[in-house]
Design a protein around this ligand. Structure first.
Ligand SMILES: [Mg+2]
Length: 375
């Protein structure tokens, strides 16, 4: 049976800064998705969050870019926005760039990662939710997971992974997508994805056709849609694990290295990616450091399955992978790097280069200063 997992996410207002959604926003979104289950639009769902972003993780049978599923998510974010307005939360409705839904939330503000696949006998799915960064934050870990045998030993010892993967890369500036055949074209691909300002990995596909899509990333850029800086493109990645795909442990290992990512504070700074639990995902140090949370559930017979005793739609208890003490190592290292990077203040390269800042108000500051101070 083919199923689709969709994570549609947005920041529609947050509590006391860019920190966390209010519980009433979460409940409002859940009520809309509950109706979606009753009406048969989706099979199951789980609302989660990282920092100030609400993630609607949905399971359904309508394939990718299904209008009715996107409309449901849009309605859920509208309901969460209404709560934000009533409570006077910060940036209520920030990521909803249009007034009326028009068939697909892509291009309307929310981030979307979704994949349709044939459900295997055991189907673990990991959702990586990141805050205060951009879609390219997943470039480095995804290269390590799907193309580096020193990370994923399955690339060497699992016959179904031995021939490698296809990886699609999005050019954020031009909108073009390029497909690379890994490992043969690894160096060509790295020439692109090493540039985390312009390129981001969008999709990973198994060469075993019976498996299909292995991972997807929400790759739209809010600022490129709106034409100006309107908030951060905090991304989500979905990855399937095991049985011809990387083991879940192989999916998680690269996050022990808190690599530098763009998009911290005002979308204008560079910082380390800090792996943490959902509850620890409140960004409090200079609105950061950038966070990544990983939650895992099984997909079984039109349902998600977590640690709950009685699975019921919307009431799951996902595995919260980075909650464990193992990742204290990465968190401690990330905080040392975060303080080091912040010590540069407004001086590059803690501050992003100008090309990445073209949608901020720095341009008008520069124009005024250059004009007024010329001698
Ligand atoms: Mg955010």
């Amino acid at each position: 049976m083919k199923v689709t997992v969709s994570d549609i996410k947005a920041d529609v207002g947050s509590l006391a800064g860019h920190v966390k959604p209010h519980i009433r926003q979460i409940k409002a979104a859940e009520r809309v998705l509950e109706e979606g289950v009753k009406s048969g639009t989706i099979y199951d769902y789980q609302v989660s969050r990282v920092g100030d972003d609400i993630h609607l993780v949905m399971l359904h049978g309508s394939g990718e870019e299904a209008s009715e599923v996107h409309r449901l998510a849009w309605d859920a974010f509208r309901a969460a926005t209404e709560e934000a307005k009533k409570l006077g939360l910060y940036a209520a409705g920030q990521d909803l760039l249009k007034d009326a839904f028009s068939g697909n939330v892509k291009g309307m503000g929310p981030g979307v990662a979704e994949m349709e696949f044939e459900e295997r006998r055991a189907e673990p799915v990991v959702i990586f939710m990141a805050d205060k960064t951009s879609p390219s934050a997943f470039n480095l870990p995804l290269v390590r997971i799907y193309a580096d045998p020193f990370y994923t030993s399955g690339l060497v010892i699992d016959e179904r992974m031995h021939s490698g993967f296809y990886i699609d890369v999005l050019d954020q500036k031009e909108g073009e997508v390029y497909r690379f055949n890994l490992p043969e074209e690894l160096y060509d691909m790295l020439a692109l994805v090493g540039d985390v300002v312009r390129f981001s990995i969008k999709r990973v596909v198994s060469k075993d056709e019976s498996i299909g899509t292995a991972a997807v990333v929400s790759a739209e850029r809010l600022s490129h849609i709106a034409g100006k800086y309107v908030g951060k493109d905090d991304p989500v990645a979905i990855a399937r694990g095991q049985s011809g795909l990387p083991a879940v442990g192989e999916l998680l290992q690269p996050f022990m290295f808190p690599h530098l990512v763009p998009g911290w504070m005002r979308g204008s700074h560079v910082g380390p990616l800090y792996p943490c639990s959902v509850n620890d995902s409140n960004p409090t140090f200079f609105d950061g450091p950038p966070r990544v949370v990983a939650i895992g559930m099984m997909v079984k017979d039109k349902s998600f399955v977590g640690e709950e005793e009685n699975p019921a739609p919307g009431h799951h208890v996902p595995v919260d992978y980075f909650a464990g003490k193992e990742f204290d190592y990465a968190r401690n290292l990330a905080m040392q790097i975060a303080v080091y990077m912040r010590s540069h203040g407004p001086i590059m390269f803690e501050r992003l280069p100008e090309e990445e800042m073209e949608y901020t108000t720095l341009k008008s500051v520069l124009e005024r200063v250059l004009k007024g101070k010329r001698r």
